[in-house]
Design a protein around this ligand. Sequence first.
Ligand code: DQQ
Length: 704
Amino acid sequence: MGAPLRIGCLVDDADPEQSAAYDWCESRFDAVARCRPESFDPTEYDVLWWHRVDPVDPAMVSDGGPLSTFVRDGGTLLLTLAAMTAVEPLGFDGVGPDAVGWAEVTDPTGPLWKRLYADHPIAAGFDTLRVHTRGAGVTAPYARYETVAPTDGDVLASTARGDHDAVAERSVVSWQPGAGRVVGIGSALSFRQPTHDICRGNRETLVANAISFLADEETVPLTGRPKDSTTLSAMRDRLGEDPHRPGYHVTPPANWLNDPNGLVHWNGRYHVFYQYNPTGPFHGTIHWGHAVSDDLVHWEDRPVALSPSPDGPDRDGCWSGCTVDDDGVATILYTGGRGTEQLPCLATSTDESLTSWVKDPENPVIDELPAEPEVLRTEDWDGEFRDHCVWREDGVWHQLIGAGMEGGGGAALLYVSTDLREWTYRGPILTGDRDSAGTVWECPELLNFGERQLLHVSNYEDVMYFLGQYDDGKFTVERRGKLDHGDFYAPQSMWTDDGRTLTWGWVQEARDVGAQWDAGWSGSLSVPRELTLAEDGGLRQRPAAALTELRGEGDHRENLRLRGEEGCELDVQSRQFELKATVRLEDADAVELRVLETPDGEEQTPIRYTAASEVVVDRTQASTAPEATTDSQRMTVTPYDAPLSLHAFVDGSIVEVFANERHCLTSRVYPERTDATGISLAATGGTATVTGLDCWELGSAWRS
Ligand code: DQQ
């Protein structure tokens, strides 16, 4: 038997809850003593525990005082309930919990453990991510992060309340200041008030686990917030076994991704930034994640590029924006969110690898909404006014900002500037009708194809594009359409040094918040698509040629005759592949390319080309999970005399389809069975010919 664990319970007042926690600790561990936060002998304790119902008054502790010195020198500290507020005055985090108070507990409540940390020692003994440690029927104190995120702490758990996943209520956090370690558990831990036996048992296990974890020098230390490339890659590896996780599409290392941002080809490297929540797989406290590639297909995680500034106009989130080259200085224009305001902000890079960014001290660079048209005010925002597309024309910077108009539809608003910092408003280049084009236009982008320009906007539902003429601040529409007919949103483009326009979109999940939480990650980017004008003046969308670099084993067929239900199975068995087929329907009603198919056909996702000139991704049998989406997604493909070329990229849970290099449909499916790896073809209602077919397994984008 080794020496008993020496626990110091910090006491600071006569609070009965604090005394009850002490009594429990004494009954559970052998060497427990009381001590005071700012006067204790650091040599006497292995672990300190501070349990408080009231927030810590900054006068009680300080950065540089005995408690912070104890931790930074290698000591460990558990902060429970409102004691978690001490991290700010102790200097362990730039931001303390922003939601502190008392609330009625109406359902059994406790940690909603993150998938990433399901095997964390503090979660030992729980066979679920949803652990209830406090029963209903009392008013109890709490301290947690709700609208802001810790700057240095790593969120281990949010809050499970009854059957509800309160994903934004981040209540268990770990820090690693200096050589020490700190864990905060901000809610659902009262010792004085009686509770249900199960909750009591869970509470005791949780606190005892936390104390043992902190005391055990051998346990793999948490990093605090993972910030460098190595720890981000390690995080990615932890989720690597998930069969739904895409392998060659850009995904976040863990947690949440939405819009692609700031895409730029800089010093020969391709940089993709994206909307990222480092605290969990849900939309909130948005940062800019960063990935870089030398060849457009192999990617490397880079440290987070932009984080909200606690005192800045982007306190609640760094929303979408773009990167421009300001005479050699990479410069980001993005939307800062704070309270009900969203305003344009600017940051410049201080290094060639675009790793470090400095925000302009004058942010926001535009500090009020335009007067005309009146910007739509909603419950959430003083004005729906965000997202940026910036280019230089005749030496003048031009900027589009997306907006909604009071009483109208979406708008793309134009500003001009000589220095990217002082902007003059010019008015909308195009406005939309609410009924046919949506209430708000997010992420507007103007692309120049010489003889014609393309404006695309995301209107909450679809990505609409307008082809026409942009001249002197006005856009005249000649044609319109949808960039994609499935789960694809808020795209943005990169102009490569060799003159290509490559576009990525956010591929949203088609499963609920709880399923995304259980997976530990959410969101992906599409494959890069090269956009050009076709000979007939329409839009052409092709997968970037570089994707061929990923091709591995393949199957090639020519002049396949498909008759009736007689199918044809391909040799490739995979969830990560590319399929290219040229299909002539003859007298068949439809041809199906069935992907992610089990041998018995129980699960399968047919990509169906019909005689009605539609391409349908049929999800009725995509997954045996009862909660899986079963609706089909479809797009009309112009009726062609020539055969239809179908080009599909399947990757874990993504089915991304290009038809005749024009029409795109990106879909999400979540097959349950491990043998859902088959690929087959069949015709229905007659005979069809597949004049040529190629299928290749594709390699992965991430080097681990
Ligand atoms: N996503 C961002 C906004 C944008 C929206 C926030 C589009 O800037 O309007 O994460 O998905």
